[in-house]
Each structure stands twice: as structure tokens, then as C-alpha cells.
Design a protein around this ligand. Structure first.
Ligand SMILES: [Zn+2]
Length: 626
């Protein structure tokens, strides 16, 4: 027998034995589609009993699948919640507690583990906050393709720059599937539409004009319908696993919270969760036991016959599919988002019909009697409070082991977010206005917050940045100085203060602010460059040279830093060195007037009059042609 044939026989034997031992049937591994719908409250979906919206796609999926009526996210913000869905870990374990915090490679994701099982993997996101090149580093791990946003956007509109409409997201996913027919597939589709601002396209903008949030939900549902129709038409629906889940809910004014992120009430933590299994399995099942979005990752791995990682906070939902259990699972909630504004973070436990929220003013709600969480029954001696506190303490010690850090600092001295929520609503509105290039609206809103809280570092910094962009440098300095006084370790506020001071020609002040900012965060290229220019203005060429050299270490070949360096060398009298680098630069920057202007100075320092004159003429022609 030839060696090739031996191998082939062995291969066949291995395949047969693998099939016999693990797969219950001989069907191929299922395609898996994870659909996350942003900002979707469970009680605003038609099949969850809400009659003011039409969600036919979700309703049909529930008919074909298992619908969980009591599913909870551990986090009310997008990146944190999605990291929990992808890793099966609580926020304190995976560490993605805010936007921009990288998802550590130490935590395997469902995409990585399915890819290891020969799955073809792709992710299609609907918002720039999940872009793995900017605000969601590490989220692309395990995906063959991750549909990030273009680096440079030509548009001022939200669409394409910050958000994609659901229909665009699903079309990207459908095109990818058509071009990559070989399965099995794991595809994550993220529909961002219900997130504020609520701007559904027609006809939803008209049909839902008095409740636009529902209009966004109806529109997102229509995108889901498009995707499911595509799956059916391409023959992928029958054997697939489809999970549809909200990443978190929306305050809609309950507890005075307009949007989400600050609180841990059911309004933002109770989400729809529907799992459609391969074939007719589980069709139409309704599970009323409390489960968590943490349970999605272990479930998908089990359905793909892949093993789950050792460390996970969720458990497979499989026992509910086969009616093996009705047991409720305790749901933890965490939000560090208030810390961003200088307020206390919150932790919660939802278990056995009550919710406990740890806060400077703790809360306890009796959920069967008080589902809207309106009457705080907190008593320190209450057994439920004591049990919850013990559970949270145990969790903290487990999380600090995973994170390898010490236990979190005592935050009790910070204000309770309950006292600050009106401020947060205004701050959020100002942020959206600034994002949408409506600076006047943003300023008006921020000034309102400043009237409520004249010492809010967040407001002062946002207002300072706004005035800086508008060219109102004196006002910018005023606000940014205020922000830095309250929060001296805010490197970004110090950098902006330096920028504004430089514009008012207070070079000494600019130097101090930029030095302080760089001491906190040494790798800021823009701050190094500006500080070099400030030192040139202060007639300190040696210090300027240091900064431009440091800037070039961060971005080698940067033209502005090279020009600054040459300028500093000329000021110091190092004409030969400056002339040499400027000559090289003039070849690649043949249309840059500043290059020739500096070259003229360098030649003149070297006594080369003719060359100096030639370079000066060139500089003049170029600057006139501008
Ligand atoms: Zn979200």
C-alpha cells in the first residue's frame, strides 16, 4: 500500500470514529448566526407582549425557536455587554469596562473557539463604537473578516461615519456569505438602529412619528427579516442556529434615565433572547426561568460540539431546550460607566424575586410586588441584602484573581449616580450634538449642566474642547483650567489647555500644561510636536530639539517634526546638519514652501549666498502659488 493510501484510510477511520463518538446525528455542524440588536428593551418587542410595535421577524424566529422571557445582560453599555456575549465572562472578569478598553487575548472568544473547529467567521457591525481599529480593540480576534468602518470618512452625516443602517449591515453580511459559501459559518450581525438618536428611515419615521424608538425597532426588525429571507433562500436557515438578543435596554425616562449606561434597573438590563435551533427542535418553546446573556457563548460552543474554556461565568442553555430544568440563574449587574463622570460605580444581584443594588445609597426591590423598582426596601439587616453582599464579595475576589489585580478601590466617597442622573442626560445630549456638528446646541446644553454643577470636570472639559474647536481660546483656557484644577491627572484636558494657551500666545503656560500632560502620557505625538514649537517660540532650541526628536521616535518621517527639528538646529547654529536633512526633505516635499524657507536660512548660515537666494525665491514662489 502506498503511504498516501494509508493516510487516507486512517483519515476515514478517524472521521468515522469522531462522528460516532461526538455527534448525535450525522448532520454537519450548524451554521451559527448571532444577531445582536442594540438598545432593545424586552418589553418593546411584539412577541414579548408589546402591542405598539410590529416585529414580525423576531416573532417568527420565536415561533421557530426558544424564547426566554427573563434574560438579563450584566452590563448596560454596548462594548462591555458585547464582550460578555462573546466571552461568557462578567465585565469584571473580561475587563472591558468602558469604550476603548482592549479585550485581552487572555480571554478566548466564541469566534476564536469556533474558528478552531474549522468555522468560517465574520462580523458585521452597525456602529463605530464596535470598530476594532478604534473603540473596540481585540473584538476582531477569531474573525476571518471584521467589517470595520473606513478610516477616513468623506461625510459629515452620522450614516457611514458613526453608524450604519441595519439594511446596510445585513447586506454586507449577505454579500460575504454569498462569496464564502463553504461552511460551517459563524456570523455576528450587529444592528445598532434602536440606539439614540432615534432617526428611523421612512416609512418608519412616519408610522412611528410619536414614538421613534419603536420606529427604530420596527426598522431593525425589517433588516432582520431581510437577512432571514436571505438565509432561507440560500438554504441555510433549516440547519442553522440563530440567536437574537438585545445588548441592553433603554431608560426612556424611567428612574429619570433617558438612555442607558448609568443604572442597573430592569429598563436597561432586561433584554429579549431568542434561540432558534437546527431543524424543528425547540420550536415555540417559552422559557420563563431567569437566564443571562453570559449563557450565550457556552450554548453556542455546545451546539457546535466545541469545548468551553475553563473560566466562564455563564452556562449552556441546553438544559432549558430539553425541559430538564426550570431553575433560575442569579444575574449579576455591573456598571463602571458612572466613574467616567466622577460618580460611584454600581453593582447588582437579581435573584429569587428581588434585586439588590450596591451604591452609596443602596437599593432593594421586591420584584413580584414592584416590577418597576419604585419602592426601595433596603435595610442593612435584611437577609437578602446580606446574602447579596456576600455574593458580590465572592465575585470580586474571583474577578481580582482573573484580572491579576488587587480588589477595587473604595468608591463610596463618590456621589451616588441617582443624584446626578439629570446632569448625565444633558451631558449625553451635548455629546450627540457635538458628534452631529451642532456646536451651538452642545454649548447651550453644557452651560445648563454647568449651572447645575459648576465643579463638574466632565462638563468643563467638554465645554473647553468645544470652545477650542470654535476658536474661542480665552474661554477654552478658562474651562480647561477649571477641569484640570479638579482632576489634575487628566492628560487630555492638559493637552487641550496647552493648545488653547499656545493660541493665546501664553507660551510659558502652554509649556507647563504640555509638560504636565506628557508626564502623565508620554506617547502623545501631537503634544510633543506642539511642545517643540512652543519651545522654539520661547527661544529654547535645545529643549525644542528634544521634543521634535521624541516626536520622530513616535512617528518617524513626520514632515512637521522634521521641519521643527531643522528649525531648532538652525536657531542653535547647527547649519550643516539642518541643511543636510532639509536637502533630503526638499526632494520628497518639492512643493512645501517652509522646507525652502528653512533651507535658505541654513545656506545663509553656511555663507552659501547663491544657494540661499535660490531657495528663498523658491519659497516665495511656492507660498504665492498656495
Ligand atoms: Zn449598546
Amino acid at each position: 500500500m502506498k503511504p498516501v493510501k494509508v493516510l487516507r484510510t486512517l483519515y476515514v477511520v478517524l472521521i468515522l470514529s469522531a462522528a460516532a463518538s461526538s455527534a448525535p446525528t450525522k448532520t454537519p455542524p450548524p451554521d451559527i448566526f448571532l444577531i445582536t440588536i442594540d438598545t432593545l428593551r424586552a418589553d418593546h418587542v411584539h412577541c414579548y407582549g408589546y402591542t405598539n410595535v410590529a416585529t414580525p421577524a423576531l416573532d417568527a424566529l420565536a415561533k421557530d425557536g426558544v424564547r426566554f422571557t427573563q434574560a438579563f445582560t450584566p452590563s448596560p453599555i454596548t462594548n462591555t455587554s458585547h464582550a460578555s456575549i462573546l466571552t461568557g465572562l462578567l465585565p469584571g472578569s473580561h475587563g472591558v469596562t468602558d469604550f476603548g478598553v482592549p479585550l485581552s487575548a487572555a480571554h478566548p472568544t466564541v469566534a476564536e473557539l469556533l474558528k478552531a473547529q474549522n468555522y468560517h467567521t465574520a462580523a458585521f457591525i452597525g456602529a463605530v463604537i464596535l470598530d476594532s481599529k478604534s473603540l473596540a480593540p481585540g473584538f476582531d480576534r477569531g474573525f476571518d473578516y471584521y467589517d470595520n468602518f473606513p478610516e477616513h470618512s468623506s461625510t459629515n452625516s452620522r450614516w457611514g461615519r458613526l453608524e450604519r443602517r441595519g439594511m446596510d449591515v445585513v447586506e454586507h453580511a449577505e454579500n460575504w456569505l454569498s462569496k464564502h459559501p463553504a461552511g460551517p459559518h459563524f456570523v455576528w450581525v450587529h444592528l445598532y438602529d434602536p440606539h439614540d438618536p432615534y432617526e428611523p428611515p421612512p416609512p418608519y419615521s412616519q408610522m412611528y412619528k410619536d414614538h421613534l424608538y419603536d420606529g427604530e425597532i420596527a426598522y431593525a426588525d425589517s433588516a432582520l427579516a431581510h437577512f432571514i429571507t436571505y438565509l432561507k433562500r440560500s438554504g441555510r436557515y433549516g440547519n442553522s442556529v440563530i440567536v437574537a438578543v438585545g445588548d441592553h435596554g433603554e431608560g426612556l425616562g424611567e428612574h429619570h434615565e433617558d438612555t442607558h449606561g448609568i443604572f442597573l434597573y430592569d429598563s436597561t438590563t432586561h433584554v429579549p433572547l431568542i434561540v432558534k435551533l437546527p431543524g424543528p427542535r425547540g420550536a415555540g418553546t417559552v422559557v420563563t426561568a431567569q437566564v443571562r446573556t453570559l449563557d450565550i457563548m457556552p450554548t453556542l460552543l455546545e451546539l457546535a460540539s466545541a469545548s468551553a474554556p475553563q473560566k466562564k461565568d455563564g452556562d449552556s442553555l441546553e438544559p432549558y431546550f430539553v425541559g430538564k430544568t426550570e431553575a433560575a440563574r442569579p444575574a449579576f449587574g455591573e456598571t463602571d460607566y458612572p466613574l467616567r463622570f466622577g460618580w460611584a460605580p454600581l453593582r447588582s444581584v437579581r435573584s429569587e424575586g428581588f434585586k439588590f443594588i450596591e451604591a452609596p445609597r443602596p437599593e432593594l426591590y421586591d420584584l413580584p410586588l414592584d416590577p418597576a423598582e419604585m419602592t426601595n426596601k433596603y435595610e442593612p439587616q435584611d437577609a437578602r441584602v446580606q446574602k447579596s453582599r456576600a455574593m458580590l464579595a465572592e465575585l470580586r475576589s474571583a474577578e481580582s484573581k482573573v484580572q491579576g489585580s488587587s480588589s477595587p478601590a473604595q468608591e463610596s466617597a463618590l456621589p451616588d449616580p441617582k443624584e446626578k442622573i439629570d446632569e448625565q442626560n444633558l451631558l449625553h445630549a451635548a455629546l450627540i450634538a457635538a458628534e452631529d456638528n451642532r456646536p451651538a446646541d452642545a454649548r447651550k446644553t453644557l452651560e445648563k449642566v454647568l449651572a447645575l454643577d459648576p465643579k463638574s470636570p466632565t462638563v468643563l472639559r467638554q465645554l473647553g474642547e468645544l470652545e477650542l474647536q470654535a476658536g474661542h481660546y480665552v474661554q477654552a483656557v478658562h474651562h480647561l483650567k477649571g477641569a484640570v484644577e479638579i482632576r489634575p491627572d487628566d492628560a487630555a484636558a492638559l493637552f487641550h489647555e496647552g493648545q488653547a494657551l499656545e493660541k493665546t500666545r501664553d507660551l510659558g503656560g502652554a509649556r507647563d500644561a504640555l509638560e504636565a500632560s506628557l508626564k502623565l502620557m508620554p506617547g502623545q505625538f501631537d503634544a510633543r510636536l506642539l511642545l517643540g514649537q512652543v519651545y522654539l517660540g520661547l527661544k529654547d532650541p535645545a529643549a525644542a530639539e528634544d521634543q521634535f526628536e521624541a516626536a520622530l521616535l513616535l512617528q518617524s518621517g513626520n514632515v512637521e517634526a522634521q521641519l521643527g527639528l531643522a528649525d531648532a538646529q538652525i536657531t542653535k547654529g547647527n547649519f550643516a546638519e539642518a541643511a543636510q536633512s532639509l536637502q533630503a526633505l526638499s526632494k520628497v516635499q518639492a512643493k512645501n514652501a517652509q522646507v525652502f524657507d528653512l533651507l535658505a536660512k541654513a545656506y545663509s548660515g553656511l555663507g552659501k549666498k547663491a544657494e540661499a537666494q535660490q531657495a528663498a525665491i523658491r519659497a516665495k514662489v511656492l507660498s504665492n502659488n498656495k
